[in-house]
Each structure stands twice: as structure tokens, then as C-alpha cells.
Design a protein around this ligand. Structure first.
Ligand code: SF4
Length: 336
């Protein structure tokens, strides 16, 4: 890694940020050597290397393979993705069918969430993706970072989120140095739906159709070809709909067109909201500022309200519908 020292002798902030990202993602040990490029000193080793390789940006990363060929990267995320993720994905990926969720579930009952996640990361490497939207999900990202193994993150932008939530996505991405793959609704489905039913049909007809287009269909694309994903689901989030969940299962709701069924991990299943918030505070985890305004469970802006004192958190989502219908369809087994 080539880092720059500025003319006044201070370290380059971009180089420091790149180092922080590598440390948080658990890749710092992969950096074999630091070379310093001193601004204004063409003879410093880093400046000579930059000139030799025709690089004008810092930091940059040089990878030399066994045959002596060199590859140069000037963006830390690109460097991680193309050089480090595959190399440290926990060994060869598990083959289809070699992971037995029923056996794993027996063990996971006695394991803490971070250990479950560590096993998932170890088994599936970069093919494990974390679904990110709320407080529970950022706890998983924090744990996955601390486990020091690769993982990826995705989020669903329904187009109806709060401004605070959009800002929060960027905050989390920067804090953990992890890119968030964002999936948006398919215009071919959304536009005719809006034309026919208007912007807020969920208040009249229920939320299922809108959630189907804005969440469920994009989730299918996010998981297509994936072998594993992890969610921040808690059993007590919805007594009416989530009591049957398990820590790990084959997610038959998301079998893709090629017949591949991803494994779904729910490491936080046995935690309650208090445990989540204890973790967030103890570990300085960034959270959505809407929580400070009374929101406990945060979804789309028109379908979420602040919680009232004493009510269950799920009451503040789709409050105009029956309790048993307050799921968006992301975690429903449609094979049943
Ligand atoms: S939560 Fe509301 S706005 Fe968001 S996708 Fe569902 S129905 Fe549509």
C-alpha cells in the first residue's frame, strides 16, 4: 500500500480512511508493506513508484503475482473486491447440499449470535449477504466486521423511505467501510401500478401489493444466485407472525430460477429489543436518528409512525391493518 505524507508533514486523510476501512473489514493483515510517498519529494520511494506505475492518486495498492506481473488499484473498495475477498473467503465454498441446516439449528440453540454469524461467514465467505435496514441489521454488520471475515451487505430502497434512513445508509457504509448494494423497484412493475392505483393505495387496499413491488420482487433479485443470507429478525418482533422462526433454514421462499435455494440465517432470533439496544450502546454502533424521535420499528415513511407508550413495536407499522397481516412478505415462506 502506498500512503501519502502531505507537504506540511501530516498524513493524507484519504490514505488514513483507506487504512481504517481495511482494518474494519479485517484485511489489514493482508497488507505486506507500506510505502510512503512524500508530497514534493520526487525521490521518496512512494513517489518514484507512482511515477513508474503512472499513478497520480493516493493511496494506491500494488499486487505482484508469482510471475512478477503487477496490478495497481487506486480505489480501496475495488482493491478489496478484486484482490482480497476471494482470497480470504474462508477456504473453498461449501458445495450445494453439504450444509445441513437441521443439524446446525440443533447447535445454534446454544450459540451466541456472533458465533452463529462467524460460522456463516466461514462457511459461505463472500456469498453470504446481510440484509440491512434497521437496528438489528446494523448489529449484524458490527458483529460481522468484528469477526474479521468477508461479507457483503444489501438494502432495499423502496423509494418511500425517510430522508433520515437514506442518510443512515451512507453513515453505515462509511462507518464500516462496506459498500451497500441497493436494490430498487422494477419500473416495469411500479409505473403501471402507480398509474392504476395512485401513490398511496396501501391505505385503501392494504400494503401487500405495494410491498410486493417495492420490496419482495427486489429482494428476489438481491438473492438470485446467492447461497446464503442473514437477517436481523427477532422472534419477539411480531408475536402474531414470527414465533415459528428458526436460527437457520433453507429459504424455500427464495429458490431462484435455476433451482438454487439459499440458506437463511437469523442469528438474533432469541434477542429482545433491550439486548439489541444494549449492544448498540456498548459498542458505539451508529443507529437511525429516527429512533430518538420515538420510532422503534422503521420501514417506509407512509407506513411507519412513532410508537405510543406501552404498545408493541409492530403496532407502529401498517397500523390500519389486522395484526396478522403486518408482514411485508420478505420473510414469508411462500412454498407453504
Ligand atoms: S411499507 Fe408501505 S410504502 Fe413501503 S412498500 Fe410497503 S406498502 Fe409500500
Amino acid at each position: 500500500m502506498v500512503k501519502k505524507i502531505l507537504l506540511d508533514g501530516s498524513p493524507c486523510p484519504k490514505c488514513a480512511q483507506a487504512e481504517q476501512i481495511l482494518r474494519k473489514r479485517g484485511y489489514w493483515d493482508c497488507i505486506e508493506r507500506i510505502v510512503i510517498a512524500r508530497e514534493g519529494d520526487a525521490e521518496s520511494e512512494g513517489m518514484r513508484l507512482a511515477s513508474e506505475l503512472d499513478v497520480e492518486l493516493a493511496p494506491f495498492f500494488v499486487v505482484e503475482d508469482d510471475s512478477g506481473d503487477r496490478r495497481v488499484h487506486t480505489r480501496v473498495f475495488e482493491f478489496i473486491k478484486s484482490e482480497l475477498e476471494d482470497a480470504s473467503s474462508g477456504g473453498p465454498p461449501v458445495s450445494e447440499g453439504s450444509f445441513d441446516p437441521v443439524e446446525a439449528q440443533r447447535r445454534y440453540r446454544d450459540m451466541d449470535p456472533q458465533s452463529i454469524l462467524a460460522e456463516a461467514q466461514s462457511l459461505f465467505g463472500t456469498d453470504l449477504t446481510l440484509a440491512f435496514s434497521g437496528a438489528e441489521d446494523v448489529v449484524l454488520i458490527d458483529m460481522a466486521s468484528k469477526n474479521g471475515r468477508p461479507f457483503s451487505v444489501f438494502s432495499l430502497d423502496t423509494g418511500r423511505l425517510h430522508g433520515e434512513t437514506y442518510a443512515y445508509l451512507d453513515t453505515v457504509s462509511a462507518h464500516y467501510g462496506v459498500p451497500i448494494d441497493v436494490y430498487t423497484p422494477d419500473p416495469a412493475l411500479l409505473e403501471p401500478f402507480l398509474k392504476e392505483k395512485g401513490m398511496n393505495s396501501f391505505y385503501r387496499e392494504g400494503h401487500r401489493e405495494c410491498c410486493g413491488i417495492r420490496k419482495v420482487e427486489p429482494l428476489g433479485r438481491a438473492l438470485a444466485g446467492r447461497r446464503a443470507w442473514a437477517t436481523g429478525l427477532r422472534r419477539d418482533q411480531s408475536p402474531a407472525t414470527r414465533t415459528d422462526l428458526v436460527h437457520v433454514e433453507r429459504d424455500s421462499a427464495h429458490t431462484d430460477a435455476s433451482g438454487r435455494t439459499p440458506v437463511k440465517f437469523n442469528p438474533l432470533l432469541d434477542w429482545d429489543a433491550q439486548a439489541v439496544w444494549d449492544y448498540i450502546r456498548a459498542n458505539g454502533v451508529p443507529y437511525n436518528p429516527l429512533h430518538d424521535a420515538g420510532y422503534r420499528s422503521i420501514g417506509c415513511e407512509p407506513c411507519t409512525r412513532p410508537s405510543r407508550p406501552g404498545e408493541h413495536e409492530r403496532m407502529a407499522r401498517w397500523w390500519w391493518e389486522a395484526e396478522t397481516r403486518r408482514e411485508c412478505g420478505l420473510h414469508v415462506d411462500r412454498s407453504k
